[in-house]
Design a binder for this molecule. Structure first.
Ligand SMILES: Nc1nc2c(ncn2[C@@H]2O[C@H](COP(=O)(O)OP(=O)(O)OP(=O)(O)O)[C@@H](O)[C@H]2O)c(=O)[nH]1
Length: 759
């Protein structure tokens, strides 16, 4: 990577991260963070470490000591595996664990063999064959220690994908050789882009009828706009799929043995020679476009050596300008070992990724953290797990070293604590370790913190930027069917909130009902189901409700005096100013525009607090107000009777006064919906989307299927999965993702206010 490109990337990252940090607000620092709800640790007691794993850990440590430390550090990889639902991530991870010696036998998803895949450790995950929560594990491929986070595919669990990508250095984007680039592939690719994560593409399921990796490659280039090229070509497809030709080495590889563990290298078969030559040329051209060294060779008409080509692919991938495309079949054990070679050959090690922290002592100035074990410790708690033995905190170490027994400081709370126990996670099993250093991902036991907190050794006051946490868009009223289940009901809700920041619980003051909120119907259904299975609580579930928001459309002035001066301690506070809509932001911004000391500076903070609190409950239906600036221009205080409380109350009342004059409107969540259906159902599905007040954005053909993309109000999407099933004889599929909040029409607003009244 050239210096200019490197520094441009660093600056862009710093700006992006700074932006993410400042826009995050309190949402991230909520105590609701966390994630897996593994009910304990699969029978593993805290101190348990198997003889097999101990031997392996010792061997690894010895190897680390004997090799040159810098070289060993260059071998580390932190990777994620992301994809559309059912593309085969869990199946692929199971093979990776097998080939790296982490597990002794391969088990299939959905517990087909009565055991279930290692990474789907929740009962529900095994039953439904979907990954709900991300699971962390590590393994070693050749000399490279690799941390892997398996991430869920369903959009309702997007927060899991976001969290994983934030702390990973590289990723594998799994694509189905038949389905190609599907809606969720686009979403996870967007997330990888947001966090600047370099990726390899793996076209899986090449054994399936209709497999076409070349169609998938062109979709990757067109739909994801990635500069991608195949580094392999398939040897046979569908039931003839036997292996691949490696275009860098120009060798054919086939896989045999009961688990595909034996690789046979041979010359490229005659019938594939021409194709291999042609595709290698495309590979070289694509990399040469973005890599100066290879570009020079290309211009001089020279053929790169295997090493030159490999090094160029690595540089281009690490700098996020190229995505090498691998292919195979995880299920039939084809190609996974070469993909692992790709991880070590082409994805960055932690020192090749520039990570920025914010210096809390210096106005949150971005500083680059050093991937150096001897520097002061900086680690990010990116995921919490509430298990049988207490809270487990996943920590990505960015700088320095953490040791068992050492005192660390949480920079967001200022609290110091001793590291009681340090473990490496392997899905729901764990191994004790005594230390971990920059670039590692480990878990801490018995540490009370929130997801997104930064830990240091106390000598620096840095904060790693945190993860974006989307606001919930949907709510349900829930209550236990039996009164005697009340205790377990609250316990479950408390735990789920700690685990998942996108799952919230509140009490509706008027009805006294418990309301749960989340990212969609499936998200909330899963929690209701988990309550039944894990806490034995059957719930009464109310009608789903949309989380509206409120906004203003014009400027309005306020001039409010809060005065109570009869008897006892008086109250006096006057605030004058205006509120106005923000065009490009959903934030609530307060500005003090007072020149002079009309209000004593010590009360300004109370005024701000009052306005921000008032904005949490809009004047139409009581939903939070977004996209508003409050400007304080004047006021008055009283030498004796003014207090923080008086000014806060003045601000609360002033906001209500101005809100109604600012032409407020109600905003509803709009979802981006992608429906995939056999083409004969296109008319019916489009008609139905129109009836649901949706706007069709695009329809595209995908083989015999049609993909209809639309924006539909969430309020119109309840029960859609059942209706789609019956409309399409069970052949339709859809995904839904929050897009934005948009104003409802005047008549809908009037109707809602009529029917719901003020909350
Ligand atoms: N034919 C074929 N089937 C596969 C292959 N890989 C996975 N499958 C099957 O595809 C289905 C989905 O596989 P999973 O591994 O659960 O996919 P996933 O991406 O982890 O799914 P989610 O966790 O729900 O997002 C399962 O029935 C697998 O057996 C493959 O290479 N070939």
């Amino acid at each position: 990577m050239s210096r200019t490109r490197e520094s441009a990337r660093a600056i862009a990252r710093a700006i992006r991260w700074k932006r993410a940090w400042t826009s995050m607000g309190d949402g991230v620092a909520s105590a609701r963070d966390g994630c897996r709800g593994v009910d304990g640790f699969g029978g593993t007691t805290p101190g348990r470490t198997t003889a097999r794993t101990t031997a392996r850990t010792t061997a690894w440590t010895t190897r680390m000591k004997s090799s040159d430390a810098a070289d060993a550090r260059a071998l580390r990889r932190n990777i994620g595996i992301s994809a559309h639902i059912d593309s085969g991530k869990t199946t692929l991870t199971e093979r990776i664990l097998f080939y790296t010696g982490r597990i002794d036998s391969i088990h299939e998803v959905r517990g087909k063999d009565g055991v279930g895949a290692k990474m789907d450790s929740m009962e529900l995950e095994r039953e439904k064959g979907i990954t709900i929560q991300s699971a962390a594990t590590y393994c070693q491929w050749k000399d490279s220690p690799i941390n892997i986070i398996d991430t869920p595919g369903h959009v309702d669990f997007t927060i899991e994908v976001e969290r994983a990508l934030r702390v990973l250095d590289g990723a594998i984007l799994v694509l189905c050789s038949v389905g190609g680039v599907q809606s969720q592939s686009i979403t996870v690719d967007r997330q990888m882009r947001r966090y600047g994560v370099p990726r390899l593409c793996f076209v899986n399921k090449c054994d399936r009828a209709g497999a076409n990796p070349w169609k998938v490659l062109s979709q990757v280039r067109e739909k994801l706009k990635l500069n991608a090229a195949a580094v392999q070509i398939p040897i046979g497809l569908e039931d003839q799929h036997d292996g691949v030709v490696d275009l860098v080495r120009m060798k054919a590889v086939t896989f045999s043995g009961s688990n595909g563990e034996t690789l046979t290298w041979a010359d490229v078969p005659d019938n594939l020679k021409e194709l291999a030559k042609e595709k290698r040329k495309v590979l070289i051209e694509s990399v040469a476009e973005v890599d100066e060294e290879l570009g020079d060779l290309f211009l001089m008409g020279e053929q790169p050596t295997e090493e030159q080509l490999k090094a160029a692919i690595r540089r281009a991938t690490v700098s996020n300008q190229f995505a090498p495309l691998f292919m195979g079949s995880a299920y039939k054990n084809r190609g996974v070992q070469l993909l692992l070679d790709g991880v070590t050959d082409y994805l960055p090690n932690p020192s090749e990724v520039k990570n920025i922290a914010l210096d809390l002592k210096n106005n949150e100035e971005p500083v680059v953290v050093a991937d150096d074990p001897s520097a002061p410790l900086v680690g990010l708690a990116f995921k919490l797990e509430e298990g049988r033995f207490g809270q487990l905190t996943y920590l990505r170490i960015y700088q320095g070293k953490i040791e068992k027994g050492m005192t660390i400081t949480n920079t967001s709370s200022g609290k110091k604590l001793k590291v009681p126990r340090l473990v490496r996670m392997h899905s729901d099993d764990m191994e004790d370790v005594s230390s971990a250093s920059a670039g590692d991902i480990v878990a801490l036991f018995g540490v009370d913190c929130k997801s997104g907190d930064t830990f240091t050794d106390g000598t620096v006051n840095l904060a790693m930027t945190s993860m974006r946490v989307p606001e919930p868009v949907m709510s349900l009223a829930v209550s236990p069917k039996s009164k005697s289940d009340g205790g377990n009901f609250s316990k479950a809700l408390q735990r789920f909130q700690k685990e998942d920041p996108t799952f919230r619980v509140h009490m509706d003051e008027e009805s006294g009902q418990t309301i749960i909120s989340g990212m969609g119907e499936l998200h909330l259904d899963i929690y209701v189901e988990r309550m039944r299975r894990e806490y034995k609580v059957d719930c009464e579930v109310g009608q789903p409700r949309v989380n509206y928001r409120e906004a203003i459309t014009k400027r309005a002035d306020f001039d409010y005096l809060h005065k109570k001066q009869s008897g006892g301690q008086g109250q006096y506070g006057k605030v004058v100013g205006y509120i106005e809509p923000l065009q490009e932001s959903t934030d609530v911004i307060f500005e003090n525009g007072i020149v002079g000391n009309a209000i004593a500076p010590s009360f300004i903070q109370a005024v701000e607090k009052g306005f921000k609190e008032a904005a949490q409950t809009g004047g139409l239906l009581g939903y939070p107000v977004e996209g508003i600036r409050v400007v304080l221009t004047d006021g008055q205080s009283h030498a004796v009777d003014s207090s923080e409380l008086a000014f806060k109350l003045a601000a609360l009342a002033a906001f209500r006064q101005a809100f109604h004059s600012a032409n407020p409107k109600l905003l509803e969540p709009i979802m981006k919906v992608d429906v995939t259906i056999p083409s004969e159902f296109q008319g019916t599905v489009i008609g139905n989307v129109n009836r649901r007040k949706g706007t069709i954005n695009d329809t595209s053909a995908d083989g015999d299927d049609v993909i209809v993309s639309a924006n539909v109000p969430l309020s119109q999407m309840f029960g859609y999965s059942t209706e789609l099933r019956s409309m399409t004889q069970g052949k339709g599929e859809f995904t839904m993702e929050y897009s934005a909040h948009q104003a409802v029409t005047q008549d809908v607003q009037a109707e809602l206010i009529n029917s719901m009244g003020k909350k």
